[in-house]
Ligand binder design. Structure first.
Ligand code: AMP
Length: 215
């Protein structure tokens, strides 16, 4: 199964992609995670990308196209994948189309998760990242001990730079301007699944699995 998971920053793409990746036994590819890993290892690409990410802007399409081409040409993604955070522009959608056509794989499922900006701003400003395992947790789910529910580390949570209020606003602006139009690009190119991202995580997953006829 080849799945694109689509929606505004903070709508829950990463959370659902991780759950679906485990359930469907297909790799989760997050372009944000790839860029953050490059930034942490201080590669040339990573350092350039970090400044762009911290400002809430988009890394150039040709750079992202190169990353996606390399990733999808890997054996591990042959039987399927969940792509999270790509494509974010029409240009990237065209690059992806080309790469998949070359690989002879063009049956795509696009899961679009929706929520309004106000809810997203609230969610992102309450989001924290564990610096050890990079799990993202909402403040309301952190216990008093401040222990990571994934790796058990204590007091390792930070706010991502791009989750600062001004950057969140810019990321949403960029989403509405550059990324939202990608949805109509796929209207006749993918099976579209629409879900309500304001519901609790488990309900969103159920809704997706029902629409995929997998529940
Ligand atoms: P994410 O973790 O998906 O929210 O991505 C974090 C940041 O990485 C974004 O705000 C962008 O700066 C950058 N990024 C991730 N994916 C892409 C992409 N497909 N195109 C351009 N920039 C991206």
């Amino acid at each position: 199964m080849k799945i694109l998971i689509f929606g505004a920053p903070g709508v829950g793409k990463g959370t659902q992609a991780k759950i679906l990746s485990k359930k469907l036994h297909i790799p989760h590819i997050s372009t944000g995670d790839i860029l953050r890993a490059a930034a942490n290892s201080k590669t040339e690409l990573g350092l350039k990308a970090k400044a762009i990410m911290d400002a809430g802007e988009l890394v150039p399409d040709d750079v992202m196209g190169g990353i996606i081409k390399e990733t999808l040409n890997d054996e591990k993604t042959r039987s399927g994948f969940i792509l999270d955070g790509f494509p974010r522009t029409i240009e990237q959608a065209e690059i992806l189309n080309k790469v998949l056509n070359e690989l002879g794989e063009n049956h795509l499922i696009l899961i679009s998760i929706a929520a309004d900006d106000e809810l997203i701003i609230n969610r992102l400003s309450e989001r924290r990242e564990c610096t050890v395992c990079h799990t993202i947790v909402n403040l309301i789910f952190l216990n008093d001990e401040n222990v990571c529910p994934n790796c058990g580390s204590k007091d390792t949570f930070i706010k991502r730079k791009d989750d600062d209020a001004d950057v969140i606003k810019n990321r949403l602006k960029v989403f509405h301007r550059n990324t939202a139009p990608v949805l109509s690009f796929y209207e006749d190119k993918a099976k579209l699944i629409n879900v309500d991202g304001t519901k609790p995580v488990e309900q969103v997953t159920d809704d997706i699995l029902n629409q995929l006829n997998l529940n």
